[in-house]
Design a protein around this ligand. Structure first.
Ligand code: CMC
Length: 436
């Protein structure tokens, strides 16, 4: 953090002494006012529910310019990474700060590949779940359970443990997601096959059966790899902040990532892709494109509680760059599968067109986010709707672990402990039961 020459002065209208606050500059993005000494010097806290104006940490991993609609991983624009790199190169970049050279790439790929199997005992653990359980309920349990299987990488203060836990998590997430799926449909688990790519291996574990060979389609493989790249990190969002807060107590990495999975599940966050597809299917059932106007009126009516899922973002006040790339992938996949006339895709395009021209959305700077098209792609690939968020969790695991490791390695890191503005009863006495 670079100190700025400018200082902020906080003054009070009741004559209490004013306070000078240091300001720090980042590489890009808004400066921050350092309020760490505020309570010590004034006895006051700041109030910022939802962290609308609060930087909870400093980080050098991911940068978003919400007004421009720009997303950078370690300085590289997402558009360039999506076209020139694969997911494992992106993972290496997020974890290590630089893109790998050919040897580093091969070594990293080999370490991830060597850890794709999960302890055989995991399948007995999985058997304890109902077969109709939501995959995110299952994933929260499975990821948390990894800490019961890999005791030799649970010391968050040991850099080697952190490194091996990172590799294990990246390697095993596809295996776990595919196992959760196979369990739901009652098919045998398919073991990883290490001569396939990361995305190709996942597709095979999902869709192969022991009865016949499964051939990975290069177009689908590339599409899935792109979904993984686009979801790999997104700076201090709700699930990443959850992972940081959870990990700040010194808990093991598997437990911290399980907390991230649980947070991601919500429909305002990772669950939006599932909610978005369900919304498109509901509109389709109501009458499709002809009913878009009626649906939009409900969205704009504050009393209806209906939101246009896959639209709007806390940080992006412009088109989400991931949504553009996802729309491109969506077209490619539908063409490959001969689904160019997919009614849900047509419906999504119609909704997007109306929303981008409508005053309600324009005034609030609401644009499509990554989830608007990712559900259509995943559904076309054959991934069941309830599994969408689990795929997001798989892809985001690298971001969570990179952010967690960055926090632990930061000498200034402390356990996260927010304060509150207490508005409940002041101290009072308990009355005996008969007098209450
Ligand atoms: N449909 C209709 N109105 C909306 C929407 C929407 N999708 N999103 C925001 N608004 C309105 C909202 O009602 C409010 O209006 P007003 O100022 O009149 O009260 C205004 O826009 C600002 O909304 P907000 O809820 O204060 O914004 P936020 O920054 O707290 O919420 C959000 C961001 C993503 C939770 C929200 O836009 C939303 O619920 N979107 C739909 C869910 C979704 O697609 N989530 C995926 C996010 S991207 C993937 C990820 O990062 O996890």
């Amino acid at each position: 953090m670079t100190p700025s020459d400018v200082k902020a002065t906080l003054s009070f209208s009741d004559g209490s002494p004013s306070m000078e606050l240091p300001i720090y500059k980042g590489t890009i993005g808004p400066d921050v006012i350092d309020i760490r000494k505020l309570y010590g010097q004034t006895g006051k806290f700041t109030y910022d529910p939802g962290f609308l104006s609060t930087a909870s940490c400093n980080s050098s991993i991911t940068y978003i310019d919400g007004d421009k609609g720009e997303l950078l991983y370690r300085g590289y624009p997402i558009e360039q990474l999506a076209v020139n790199c694969d997911y494992l190169e992106t993972c290496y970049l997020l974890l290590n700060g630089e893109l790998p050279n050919a040897t580093q790439k091969a070594d990293f790929q080999a370490s991830v590949t060597n850890h794709t199997m999960v302890n055989e005992q995991m399948q007995f653990f999985l058997r304890g779940f109902r077969r109709d359980a939501h995959p995110m309920a299952v994933m929260t349990g499975l990821v948390g359970a990894l800490s019961a299987f890999y005791h030799d990488s649970t010391d968050i203060n040991n850099p080697e443990h952190r490194e091996i836990a990172a590799i294990r998590l990246i390697a095993k997430m596809p295996t776990l997601v595919a196992m959760a799926y196979k369990y739901t449909v009652g098919q045998p688990y398919i073991y990883p096959k290490n001569d396939l790519s990361y995305a190709g291996n996942f597709l095979r574990m999902m869709f192969a059966t022991p009865c016949e060979e499964y051939k990975v389609s290069p177009v689908i493989e590339r599409a899935l790899d792109r979904i993984f790249i686009l979801h790999a990190d997104h700076e201090q969002n709700a699930s990443t902040s959850t992972v940081r807060l959870c990990g700040s107590s010194g808990t093991n990495p598997f437990a911290a990532i399980a907390a991230g999975v649980a947070c991601l599940w919500g429909p305002a966050h990772g669950g939006a892709n599932e909610a978005c597809l369900n919304m498109l299917e509901d509109i389709q059932a109501m009458g499709g494109v002809a009913k878009v106007g009626e649906f939009m009126n409900q969205v704009k009516d504050k009393n209806s509680g209906v939101r246009l899922m896959g639209f709007g973002h806390r940080v992006y006040k412009n088109y989400d760059p991931r949504a553009k790339l996802m729309q491109e992938t969506c077209k490619e996949v539908l063409q490959e599968l001969g689904l160019e006339n997919d009614p849900l895709f047509k419906l999504a395009m119609a909704l997007e067109k109306i929303a981008l021209e409508d005053d309600y959305f324009v005034a609030r700077k609401l644009y499509p986010n990554v989830d608007f098209y990712s559900g259509i792609v995943q559904r076309a690939i054959g991934i069941p709707v309830p599994l969408f968020t689990a795929i997001f969790a798989l892809a985001r695991t690298v971001g969570w672990i990179a952010q967690l490791n960055e926090m632990i390695a930061d000498p200034e890191y402390k356990i996260g402990r927010p304060r509150q503005l207490f508005v409940g009863s002041a101290k009072r006495d308990v009355k005996p039961l008969a007098q209450r």
